[in-house]
Design a protein around this ligand. Structure first.
Ligand code: PMP
Length: 472
């Protein structure tokens, strides 16, 4: 075993990992990367098929992002935002606000469309969500909407691992153990069309697993939740959602119109909308922010992961002037938002983010993303021929492939069989790295991925499924 692997085994505790299994074999130790390729300590190359847990945008070692960080390094790496402003953070805040109030929103919509005006920086997706939750909670109290503000989020929701973010999360496997630590929130049915209880129609052919037409019963469920809370005299402060696709829930896309309609309900009941675009932001779904595809603008927009192109841990929560104003007052009124982190507004992160956003918005990179999206779509189609592929869900450059015992019955594998983990292990042996979500295999390529690399990711996935489930 390589000496670095030995050190890892001896000292490092890995996230979301059963360490007893981890310690049974030599880990892949990454030493370098270029574009969509990662290289390990033995010189073996792998494709980064989940963009290093959904963070990387333009590829590893990108000259423009590298040079922006290096340039900033020559000036200063970090000074505190507690007491001081800095150059790249101010520029980045302005750029985020301009981009988030993007042109795809309809200014003539009858619906109240919040204008995002202020940026609160933090460190990662979880902290960006904590900021949104605390601000929404306190705003609801200060504006007189509620003495005891409550939140509603979707079944299967995942918004991070800090205690507030876990409280609005609803994945029992991750969250149940900590229920005693959490504040109580409500959950409501998610639009998981593939397993919709209102649609029991059995698929007829292996290549025609489309969803039956529906009456959007899941949207009615959301409206009912809002109505009940209002009747009880304690209306929701906010609805929390990942726009267009729920990630860690298993890559669950929302049908067209779902978000638009849900936004109307949230607005109709006078609640606020918290959009978690930690995964969906920065071009992943086809537009810079996913909500824009449905003409939806939240009161709080949480971003992280791809903010810096996936180079450094930095996050942001964008909100409105109205929310900001609720925290203004004489110092002696103690209306200050008493919250912040040591590395808030970090200069290296902000410099990387500015370079990444510039790349993101250039025309050739937009075109390349569209082409990659199409290439991925075409390649994924080959997977329909596998009997264990139940569903293929793609939104932009995010794909989830749900493996089942039998596509005709949709019967899921027991999680204890570790089917997703075994398939990803078989993929790694063939030089493609990704992580499963239960029985769902995720493909989320960096934007620089070539058609050949895209093909390799999907072909390797197919081979790994056949080998693991012995269907070859
Ligand atoms: N929200 C969403 C939608 C996420 O996917 C994640 C991370 N996978 C988070 C929040 C938490 O982000 P982080 O891991 O950076 O804290």
């Amino acid at each position: 075993m390589h000496k670095l692997a030995r050190l890892d085994h001896r000292y490092v505790w890995h996230p979301f990992t059963q360490m007893r299994d981890w310690l049974k074999r030599e880990p892949i130790v990454i030493t370098s990367g270029n574009g969509a390729v990662l290289r390990d300590v033995h010189g073996k190359e792998y494709l980064d098929a989940n963009s290093s847990i959904w963070t990387n945008l333009h590829g590893h070692n990108h000259p423009r992002v590298n040079s922006a960080i290096q340039k900033q390094l020559g000036k200063i790496s970090h000074s505190s935002a507690l007491g001081f402003a800095n150059e790249p953070a101010s520029l980045l805040a302005a750029k985020l606000i301009k981009t988030a109030n993007g042109p795809s929103l309809n200014p003539h919509s009858a619906l109240r469309t919040p204008h995002l005006a202020k940026v609160f920086f933090s460190d990662d997706g979880s902290t960006a969500m904590e900021v949104a939750l605390k601000l929404a909670y306190e705003y609801a109290r200060r504006s007189g909407r509620s003495k005891n503000p409550k939140f509603l989020s979707l079944e299967g929701a995942y918004h991070g691992d800090t205690v507030g973010a876990v409280s609005v999360g609803h994945i029992d496997l991750f969250h149940k153990a900590y229920s005693g630590l959490l504040f109580k929130t409500d959950k409501v049915m998610a639009p998981y069309c593939y397993r919709c209880p209102f649609n029991r129609a059995k698929p007829q052919r292996a290549d025609a697993r489309t969803y039956a037409k529906c009456n959007h019963e899941c949207i009615d469920k959301i409206e009912q939740k809002f109505a009940v809370r209002r009747k009880k005299g304690n209306p929701y402060a906010a609805f929390v959602v990942e726009p267009l696709m729920q990630g860690a829930a298993g890559m669950i896309p929302q049908p067209k119109g779902w978000l638009r309609r849900v936004n109307e309900i949230v607005r109709g009941y006078g609640a606020q909308l918290i959009a978690d675009e930690v995964m969906t932001g920065f071009g992943r779904t086809g537009t810079t922010f996913a909500g824009h595809q449905e003409g939806v603008q939240p009161d709080f927009l949480a971003v992280a992961k791809g903010l810096t192109g996936g180079y450094l841990p930095m996050a942001a929560t964008l909100t409105t002037q109205t929310v900001f104003d609720a925290f203004l007052g004489d110092y002696s009124e103690f209306k200050t938002f008493f919250h912040g982190h040591s590395f808030t507004s970090n200069q290296l992160g902000a410099a990387a983010a500015l370079a990444s956003m510039e790349l993101l918005q250039n025309q050739s990179s937009i075109r390349a993303r569209e082409e990659l999206q199409q290439a991925l779509n075409q390649e994924l189609a080959i997977l329909w021929s596998l009997p264990n592929v139940g569903d293929i869900r793609q939104v932009g450059l995010i794909a989830g492939i749900e493996l089942v015992k039998n596509w005709q019955t949709r019967e899921p594998f027991d999680l204890r069989q570790c089917v997703g983990i075994r398939v990803c292990d078989a993929m790694a042996k063939r030089g493609v790295l990704t992580r499963p979500i239960g029985n769902v295999i995720v493909l989320m390529p960096p934007y620089c991925t070539t058609p050949k690399q895209t093909r390799q990711m999907v072909r390797v996935l197919a081979e790994a499924v056949q080998e693991t489930l012995a269907t070859k």
